[in-house]
Write a protein that binds this ligand. Structure first.
Ligand code: 5GP
Length: 188
């Protein structure tokens, strides 16, 4: 069986990565599987452990690093996030195309380890629109909103490192573009 693709989706906090992903995640032609990350961040309302993230303590996260259980990991605005290695390998061995939704530092580590990874960066139509979306989410206090916006400005400088950049002005259109990109890579 052909090993599945490793697909990285990055983009600033609030750009709507999750919403775009939902549009194409269940497309049977794409044969996708979502890699659930581990994080030390607090659970947001509506998030489910084991579905959105594995919510762990700093000690548990450190243990996963020490035991070599993470494919990549990074700190993001005071919390740790990482990709469980075994799940990704198992799914790819089963022929699934695995989607990682991770930030830029993690993507750099992926590029080092898997140069073939398909990397896509989602940008907002403007920084004003991004700010509006983060605030509209109403999940973080002002201080964190400011930190996430500052982080977004920095992250956007790295988009040249990605194979593709897609603008999320219209969710359906962004999802369709990503669909086409993935299909093209499946045919290679
Ligand atoms: P949030 O707290 O908004 O869910 O995520 C914050 C940032 O961490 C987002 O940019 C998200 O893509 C990124 N992220 C989520 N999971 C991982 C992971 O496993 N590794 C890395 N490096 N970043 C992640």
């Amino acid at each position: 069986m052909t090993k599945g693709l490793l697909i990285v989706i990055s983009g600033p906090s609030g750009v709507g990565k999750g919403t775009v992903l939902k549009e194409f995640m269940n497309d049977p032609d794409l044969n996708l599987s979502y890699s659930v990350s581990m994080t030390t961040r607090e659970k947001r309302e509506g998030e489910v452990d084991g579905v959105n993230y594995y919510f762990v303590t700093k000690e548990e996260f450190q243990r996963a690093i020490d035991n070599g259980e993470l494919l990549e990991w990074a700190e993001f605005v005071g919390n740790f996030y990482g990709t469980p290695l075994k799940a990704v390998n198992d799914l790819r061995e089963q022929g699934k195309n695995v989607i990682l939704e991770i930030e830029v530092e993690g993507c750099r580590q992926i590029r080092e380890k898997c140069p073939d990874a398909l990397t896509i960066y989602i940008i907002p139509p403007s920084m004003e629109e991004l700010e509006k979306r983060i605030r509209g989410r109403k999940t973080e206090p002002e201080e964190v909103v400011q930190q996430r916006l500052a982080k977004a400005e920095k992250e956007m400088e790295t988009i040249g490192e990605y194979k593709y950049v897609v603008c999320n002005d219209d969710v359906k259109l962004a999802a369709d573009i990503i669909r086409v990109i993935i299909k093209r890579h499946m045919e290679k």
